[in-house]
Design a protein around this ligand. Structure first.
Ligand SMILES: C[S@@+](CC[C@H](N)C(=O)[O-])C[C@H]1O[C@@H](n2cnc3c(N)ncnc32)[C@H](O)[C@@H]1O
Length: 193
């Protein structure tokens, strides 16, 4: 299966995978950073993982996915792409798994549950080495983060949480962050110390 076919497969089954301009940015960023150890929250069926591992042929990927069916599909996709030796899939809730992770990563892609980024942030800060890169998808969340909707809106909690996360990321002094207004909003942050 080509990457395009993998994307179509996901879209036809309503499995959310990143948008094309996000994919291009992620590929270029990984290629430039040439990481050796990548952590991803939100594997889905392995589409973004394949993109990152293609961009950095020396890298290994640890990736976390809640949905068992998606994780199984991801496993077979990594196999088909000849990448299974470089991937470790943690199946379970990232809220439980991430606090237990140890070691150091030089690249982290955060693309898991959208209302939880703030919760993951301190753990990811600890796991990311100085000079490492954190990429977060959906940070503008359907445009609602910059234009918070009425409190009865069904996405208000996610939008508020995402806004709190984005404020913390952009205003703190530990990260140099660029916000890309592409796709659903993507940040690329380099950890200074
Ligand atoms: C936007 S999708 C990831 C897309 C993938 N990164 C890509 O572009 O190919 C988000 C994924 O996070 C997973 N997810 C949601 N809540 C989670 C949780 N609490 N722990 C781990 N994964 C979770 C979903 O099942 C879904 O597969």
């Amino acid at each position: 299966m080509t990457l395009e076919e993998l994307k179509q497969y996901a879209r036809q089954r309503y499995i959310p995978v990143m948008l094309d301009d996000t994919r291009r940015l992620l590929f270029q960023t990984v290629q430039r950073c040439a990481p050796r150890r990548i952590l991803e929250i939100g594997t889905a069926i392995g589409y973004s993982g394949i993109v990152m591992l293609s961009a950095s042929p020396q890298a290994v990927l640890n990736t976390v996915e809640l949905n068992e069916t998606s994780a199984a599909l991801a496993r077979s996709n990594f196999e088909e792409w000849g990448m299974s030796q470089r991937v470790n899939i943690f199946v379970g809730d990232a809220r439980e798994i991430v606090p237990q992770l140890t070691g150091s990563y030089d690249f982290i892609f955060l693309d898991g549950p959208k209302g939880q980024y703030e919760h993951f942030f301190p753990y990811l800060c600890d796991l990311l080495c100085s000079g490492g890169t954190l990429v977060c998808d959906n940070v503008l969340y359907k445009g609602l983060v910059e234009h918070l909707p009425d409190k009865r809106h069904k996405h208000i909690t996610v939008a508020r949480n995402m806004r709190a996360f984005l404020d913390e990321l952009m205003s703190g002094d530990r990260f140099d962050t660029q916000l890309h207004r592409i796709g659903d909003g993507v940040t690329v942050s380099v950890k200074k110390y």
